[in-house]
Structures are given as structure tokens and as C-alpha cells.
Design a protein around this ligand. Structure first.
Ligand code: PNS
Length: 162
């Protein structure tokens, strides 16, 4: 069984993440979308809220082989625990490459049995980040086309509370 993990902060999950997920899902029997639970990294959305948004995505997009998950600690350890031999990451620009290059080297050092597979972002989303979404949302800006439509109200509501 070919198992992959698509890890991230997903704070919140954007249409850029969705694009990567839809391209990666057909390559696996089972693909985990795993939210990093990290108390030292400040997030705007709780882990439970981020998982809820991911589960909305899985349901709405009919991604039957995709499941949500959470992890704390080393990604390669989580991957090993769920039997995943592939990590999925998206790349938007050369600035992402520098960071991903380092993380890849570290992950390989920790476990060379796990490969990372990269998906280039749709050029239409190369500007998009979760941070942009939070900033626009916090000023009441239009989030249409930046996050999945079915998560729009949830995101607006959560950001308005902050
Ligand atoms: O969406 P993000 O924030 O770019 O995702 C980063 C993530 C979660 C993939 C990365 O921070 C990670 O793997 N964290 C877990 C800790 C880990 O395994 N670190 C190894 C390299 S130092």
C-alpha cells in the first residue's frame, strides 16, 4: 500500500494547498494531510479548527483516499508511525526552495527511507500564503478565490473573533 503524508501548518488551508492535494492524492492509496501541532509556533487557528477545515475539504472534494491527521515532534517519525514513505510539499517560488532544500537534507539524514515529492504551485497561486489570507481576512478583505468556498465563512468568523 502506497502511503503519503502532506504535512503543514495549514493556518488556514488555502486553495494553493488544495491544488497540491488534488494533484498528489491520485498517486497514493492513502494520503494523510497532517497538521503540525506545535505549541511554540503561534497559530491563528486551533489545531481542531484546522482539522475541521481539512475534513471539509476531503468531504467536499470527494477525496476518498485522503485522511486528516495531527502530529507533534519530528515529521519523519510521524511518517514512519503511519507507514508513509513519501512526504508531499508544494513549491511556489525559489524562496520556498531554499527552505525545502534544508528540510529535505535533514529529513533524509534522519530517515533516508522516506522521500519528499514536490509539486509546483499553480502560477495563479504563486503569491498566495496562509499569512496573506490571515492578513486580508483580519482587515475584512475579500477571501474569495484564496480559500475553498465552503471554508470561507468559517475562516471569516474565526478571524473576526481575534
Ligand atoms: O506549512 P509549513 O509551516 O511550511 O510546514 C512545515 C513543516 C510542518 C513541514 C515542518 O515545520 C516540519 O516538518 N516540522 C516538524 C518538525 C521536523 O520534523 N523538523 C525536521 C526538520 S528540522
Amino acid at each position: 500500500m502506497k502511503i503519503g503524508v502532506y504535512p503543514g501548518s495549514f493556518d488556514p488551508f488555502t486553495v494553493g494547498h488544495l491544488d497540491v492535494l488534488k494533484n498528489a492524492a491520485p498517486l497514493f492509496d492513502k494520503l494523510y494531510v497532517a497538521v503540525l501541532y506545535n505549541v511554540s509556533k503561534s497559530a491563528s487557528f486551533s489545531v481542531a479548527d484546522r482539522v475541521t477545515m481539512i475534513e471539509n475539504v476531503i468531504r467536499a472534494e470527494g477525496l476518498d483516499n485522503v485522511v486528516s491527521g495531527t502530529f507533534d515532534g519530528l515529521l519523519v517519525e510521524y511518517a514512519r508511525s503511519i507507514g508513509a514513505r513519501y512526504i508531499i510539499r508544494g513549491l511556489r517560488a525559489t524562496s520556498d526552495f531554499e527552505y525545502e532544500f534544508q528540510i529535505d537534507a535533514i529529513n533524509r539524514h534522519l530517515n533516508d527511507g522516506i522521500q519528499t515529492v514536490y509539486f509546483m504551485a499553480n502560477p495563479a497561486h504563486s503569491f498566495l500564503s496562509s499569512s496573506n489570507v490571515k492578513e486580508i481576512g483580519s482587515y475584512g478583505g475579500d477571501l474569495h478565490g484564496l480559500v475553498p468556498e465552503y471554508n470561507l465563512n468559517f475562516i471569516r468568523e474565526r478571524l473576526a473573533r481575534q
